[in-house]
Design a protein around this ligand. Structure first.
Ligand SMILES: Cc1cc2nc3c(=O)[nH]c(=O)nc-3n(C[C@H](O)[C@H](O)[C@H](O)COP(=O)(O)O)c2cc1C
Length: 387
């Protein structure tokens, strides 16, 4: 299948599925436990019905906006995704380059397969660094210093990973990072020769920001397992307050779904609140983000911008999220499917699809600019302040 034949994010997902060994695809695609939240995220968006305006001049839809205090070409951020070099060599750089070219912020994961410095040099643009808080605070400080030195504009602290979610597809497939071939995975790898050849030619991906990280005494543990074991489950409000005092650039907190937390975080002086349930990969049974968003927006009372991710697959989802009060959406799997299908060109295709769908949805909704999208578009029972 040619990239031009991919007309939706679902088409790119299908392409990625064909190209990748099952273990790798499932790692990208899967959710925790019974994948209830994974499915609920989609349903959360799909249930939102819009009330289009008519007789509005929408001949030139304008996607330009502000995201967390700076200009962006569309209300879309690239969410952090770790270990994605297992899908395509240097996938982090590939997606970051597309984001920079199109004028969107890119978030690099702690567990990225390209380094903080390499992404800054080879992609540039608006860069945020995502931090998993590890018990080894000195290591975390070093990561933050590296991000600041490389010119990253913001730090995204992920709060919904006190411990790793139970992703049963990975357990059944025997998937680990770094990739460790054994009898279960060998057949899987061997039946995808194109992918195998690429991995052999470029070398297996590794967590470039974690080189030298020990974190676990178990020498057999994979790096991913070491990170999982090293997460600081004791990280609390006082710790976040201290982190806020040390990191003077933009601080965005990711993984919020409760209005009480959002209210307190806004008071603490964060620069952005990112409503997320990690794409359904953590707490299975967690509320869908589209359902959590209105209460969070209400609680924040305009003090800080609110972003949302988990389940965004269509341009119209962006309209829905903005109508519910988000400043922007973030996408994890959408660009990841594209990159896993065809590298940089695939990631670009994913964003092209979302841009086109967003423009079309805006025209059909009678909203010439993304800045005009408000809760008046929502069905009465979903709105925040219906007339
Ligand atoms: C393969 C994969 C790896 C991820 N790695 C991270 C990560 O390292 N840090 C993080 O905060 N979130 C991570 N996430 C969660 C994303 O940042 C984001 O919250 C989620 O993908 C949004 O849902 P969506 O995929 O439906 O867009 C990961 C998600 C996926 C699919």
């Amino acid at each position: 299948m040619n990239l031009r034949d991919a007309h939706s994010i679902e088409d790119l997902r299908a392409m990625a599925r064909r190209r990748l060994p099952r273990g790798v695809f499932d790692f990208f695609d899967g959710g925790a436990d019974d994948e209830l939240t994974l499915r609920a995220n989609r349903a959360g968006f799909e249930h939102i019905r819009l009330r289009p305006r008519v007789l509005v001049d929408v001949h030139a839809p304008d996607l330009n906006t502000r995201i967390v205090g700076a200009d962006a070409a569309a209300p879309i951020v690239i969410a952090p995704t770790g270990a994605i070099g297992a899908g395509w060599p240097q996938a982090d750089v590939a997606i970051a380059r597309v984001a920079a070219r199109l004028g969107l912020p890119y978030t690099l994961s702690t567990t990225a397969t390209s380094s903080i410095e390499e992404v800054a040099t080879r992609a540039g643009g608006r860069l945020w660094f995502q931090l998993y808080v590890l018990r080894d605070r000195t290591f975390c400080d070093t990561l933050m210093q590296r991000a600041a030195a490389a010119g990253y504009e913001g730090l995204v602290v992920t709060l919904d990973l006190a411990t790793g979610g139970k992703r049963e597809r990975d357990l059944r497939n025997g998937f680990t990072v770094p990739l460790r071939p054994h009898w279960r995975t060998l057949c899987d790898f061997a039946s995808h020769p194109g992918w195998c050849w690429q991995m052999l030619r470029h070398g297996p991906p590794r967590f470039e920001n974690l080189v030298g990280f020990e974190g676990s005494a178990d020498p057999r543990a994979s790096v991913a397992a070491k990170v999982g074991q090293a997460l600081d489950a004791a990280f609390d409000w006082a710790d976040l307050q201290r982190l806020r005092e040390r990191w003077r650039r933009k601080l965005i907190v990711k993984g919020v779904t409760r209005c009480e937390d959002a209210d307190r975080l806004a008071g603490l002086g964060v620069d952005g609140i990112w409503v997320s349930n990690h794409g359904g990969r953590q707490l299975d049974g967690a509320i869908a983000t589209a359902d959590a968003l209105p209460d969070v927006v209400r609680a924040v009372r305009g003090r800080v911008p609110v972003l949302i991710d988990s389940g965004v697959r269509r341009g119209v989802d962006v309209v829905r999220a903005l109508a519910l009060g988000a400043q922007a959406v973030a996408v994890g799997r959408a660009t990841l499917y594209g990159a896993a299908a065809a590298g940089e060109a695939g990631a670009e295709r994913a964003l092209q699809i979302l841009f086109d769908e967003l423009k079309r949805a805006m025209q059909l909704c009678g909203t010439p600019s993304v800045r005009d999208i408000d809760d008046g578009l929502l069905q009465a029972d979903r709105g925040r302040a219906m007339p």
